[in-house]
Write a protein that binds this ligand. Structure first.
Ligand code: ARG
Length: 268
């Protein structure tokens, strides 16, 4: 599994290539302040969060059409501490970083993994959860671990760390561009797996568990990839908001709120 740790680091270098491939560029918000939204975190104002709500249990659209899940609850707790109103917008995963950069959003909570490439364009808060990349295959698949993915078609969500690792070159521990089929979200990648369009899906462990529970005939391989840290992200240089969110997170960790929210959605 060491190979995937290297792949993580190396994959980081190739993200700039992937960043150009998004099919849904974010339209800059006409109402966004021209200064890029900095210094607008005064109490009483709105905390504009963006996410990609096809990543249960971190974020999903509930029966009322609202974005729910771990990240929505953590963001609500943070907003409350900051005396701000929370507004959540659902968008394509690869549009999240551009939304922050253009100033049309204040914060991302999206089960987003901290990595060096992303740190060049946004600032990450302290981590609030961990993730692991896993492989989903059909029951009875001959694929038993990462090495067996050689020569197979792998489904991933566009722009995610799973995409980075898998599409990287073999020298960097990946399987190459041709091995990867990109989908707008995890459920679509899993639908392609059920249709036989791909041989495996690489995705974070908790969404993997939810997807396997919701679909018959699939299993998660025991071989875990590299560990990842999930954190919120704010616009680069917005230290005012970064410090406030980190202070809120510290209190929410200390008083058990974060653990409570995680335990509500994650059952080992
Ligand atoms: N942890 C992975 C990453 O940061 C996947 C996150 C996908 N999140 C989502 N809300 N769809 O790349």
């Amino acid at each position: 599994m060491k190979k995937f740790v290297c792949a993580l680091l190396a994959g980081v270098m190739s993200m700039s290539l992937l960043a150009g491939c998004g099919s849904k560029p974010t339209e800059p918000d006409a109402n966004a302040p021209a200064d890029g939204g900095e210094n607008n975190t005064t109490a009483g104002e709105t905390l504009r969060m963006v996410t990609n709500a096809a990543f249960a249990p971190y974020e999903f659209v509930d029966d009322n059409g609202e974005v729910a899940g771990i990240d929505a609850e953590i963001a609500a707790a943070i907003a409350e501490k900051l005396g701000m109103k929370l507004e959540i917008t659902d968008m394509a995963f690869e549009s999240l970083l551009p939304a922050l950069q253009s100033g049309s959003a204040d914060i991302i909570l999206a089960g987003m993994t901290v990595n060096a490439e992303r740190q060049e364009s946004v600032d990450f808060t302290d981590s609030y959860a961990k993730g692991v990349q896993v492989i989903i295959v059909p029951e009875g698949s001959e694929i038993a671990g990462p090495d067996d993915l050689n020569g197979k078609q792998i489904g991933v969500q566009t722009g995610t760390t799973g995409d980075q690792y898998c599409s990287d070159t073999p020298e960097n521990g990946g399987f190459g561009e041709d091995a990867v089929q990109r989908y707008d979200n995890g459920p679509l990648a899993v639908a392609a797996l059920l249709n036989g369009q791909v041989d495996a899906v690489v995705i974070d462990n908790e969404p993997a568990k939810a997807l396997v529970a919701a679909n018959e005939g699939l299993k998660i391989l025991d071989t875990a990839y590299t560990d990842e840290d999930y954190a919120a992200a704010v616009q680069k240089g917005n230290t005012e908001l970064l410090d406030k969110v980190n202070a809120a997170l510290e209190e929410l960790k200390a008083d058990g709120t974060i653990d409570e929210i995680l335990a509500k959605y994650i059952h080992e």
